[in-house]
Design a binder for this molecule. Structure first.
Ligand code: GLU
Length: 435
């Protein structure tokens, strides 16, 4: 990795909540996870190194005219980690700490996630190193459109299909779809997912990641005797993933005792009124100032005793130090990469069950797949049908992964990687190397 990408990461860390400068580089964590699965790959092990080499990396300069008339340049990326099982698929992140190293890891986790729930996709990810909160809507639109044009070389409905991630949303996807469509001369709804409903979006997509996190938690709880009703739940991140997951826990009778977002860390032992917190965050841009819970320190947040802990913000949150003191029964990873491999081992030794990101947050990309299928056929399904299909895929994948974990006596993460890597590497072997 060139040092400028690493330095940018370190430089951008200062002052940002959630970011831990001591966390290992995400790509190193991904490679370590691949190394852990290699001994389980049998004859396919000769292909394992494929997964340590992203297939294609595009670094782009994104220049725009700012609102004050000056010209600014931002760095953007699209990484296609693996395309053995189908087109690339994965989100686009707008965040001030985005680096190539991070986008590489996120693209690798998409390969694993898509294969784990058996979607006919490879893995990809994109990002731009910007702070979306520091730009006007007009600037964000210009950044998004120029980025889309630049990565237009490698994306497309049959090549690689972006979607929202941290810092991007339905509006971002509408601009991406429009820009790509203008460039090719016809409306191509299938080039991105997570679009607004009237532009070929899917019912249920907005809630899908949080819904999937909840389903994964429920399945884990059922098998470990940790009922959701009455459970104490702590959620880090209160956006599209953490916010929806918290709401679903609340609706199922759990007590959400603490929430953290970019603006505040709050707790209420009696249980937070999650719909009221969501309304406050929507109106004020964050949880800060919400009167239904009291501010606590970040370190106290991680020491709270809970039944479910849901990190749903960014990677590198649970390092060995926190893993030694966390007091919970089940960690459900809503974010990508929140737990480092060394912390994973400590949690396992302490008997804390971890439902890994590549399973727990797969609901989003699963409904993205439904959206893409609906766009191709221009035939749209009901929300009930979508939620029922999501439920079936998540429950089926969870069961298969649980069984694999029992059979091989490995963690749920390693079991997920075994199933996913078997699929990816079998496809690699059957296709063969070209030329
Ligand atoms: N960004 C989401 C993820 O990390 C969704 C990706 C997609 O829908 O393609 O899974």
């Amino acid at each position: 990795m060139s040092s400028s990408h690493t330095q940018a990461n370190t430089a951008a860390v200062g002052g940002l909540s959630f970011l831990n400068p001591a966390a290992p580089e995400p790509w190193a964590s991904f490679v370590e996870q691949i190394d852990r699965v290699a001994p389980h790959m049998g004859p396919l092990s000769k292909w394992v190194d494929t997964l340590k080499h992203p297939k294609r990396i595009l670094i782009v300069d994104v220049p725009i005219v700012r609102d004050d008339g000056s010209v600014a340049h931002y760095e953007g990326y699209r990484v296609q980690h693996n395309l053995s099982r189908g087109p690339g698929k994965g989100g686009v992140r707008f965040h001030p700490a985005v680096t190539l190293n991070e986008v590489m890891a996120l693209s690798g986790w998409m390969t694993i996630k898509n294969a784990a729930v058996n979607l006919p996709y490879g893995g990809a990810k994109g990002g731009i190193r910007i702070d979306p909160r520091a730009h006007s809507r007009g600037e964000l639109q210009r950044i998004t459109r120029r980025f889309t044009s630049e990565i237009g070389l490698i994306i497309g409905p049959e090549k690689d299909i972006p979607a929202p991630d941290v810092g991007t949303n339905e509006q971002t996807m509408a601009w991406m779809m429009d820009t790509y469509s203008m460039n090719v001369g016809s409306t191509a709804t299938g080039v991105v997912t997570g679009k607004p409903i009237p532009l070929g979006g899917s019912l249920g997509r907005h809630e899908a990641t949080g819904r999937g996190v909840f389903i994964a938690a429920r399945e884990a709880g059922r098998r470990s005797n940790v009922p959701i009703a009455g459970a104490r739940v702590v959620v880090q991140g209160f956006g599209n993933v953490g916010g929806i997951a918290a709401r679903m826990f609340h609706e199922a009778g759990a007590r959400v005792i603490a929430l953290q977002d970019h603006s505040a860390t709050l707790s209420n032992e009696a249980g937070i009124d999650v719909p009221a917190a969501l309304a406050h965050a929507a109106a004020n841009g964050g949880l800060a100032g919400f009167a239904g819970a009291a501010p606590i320190s970040v370190e106290d947040f991680w020491l709270l005793s809970s039944d479910y802990l849901v990190p749903a913000a960014l990677e590198g949150q649970i390092l060995p130090e926190r893993a030694r003191t966390i007091s919970t029964k089940i960690v459900v990873e809503g974010a990508n990469g929140p737990t480092t491999p060394a912390a994973d081992d400590i949690l396992r030794d302490r008997g804390i069950l971890v439902v890994p990101d590549v399973l727990a947050n797969a609901g989003g990309v699963t409904v993205s797949y439904f959206e893409w299928v609906q766009d191709f056929s221009s035939f749209f399904w009901s929300e009930d049908e979508i939620n029922a299909r999501l439920e079936r895929i998540m429950v089926g994948a969870f069961e298969a992964i649980w069984q694999m974990a029992e059979e091989r006596k490995v963690s749920l993460r390693t079991a997920t990687f075994i199933i996913a890597c078997q699929r990816v590497l079998a496809a690699r072997e059957q296709r063969g190397l070209y030329p």
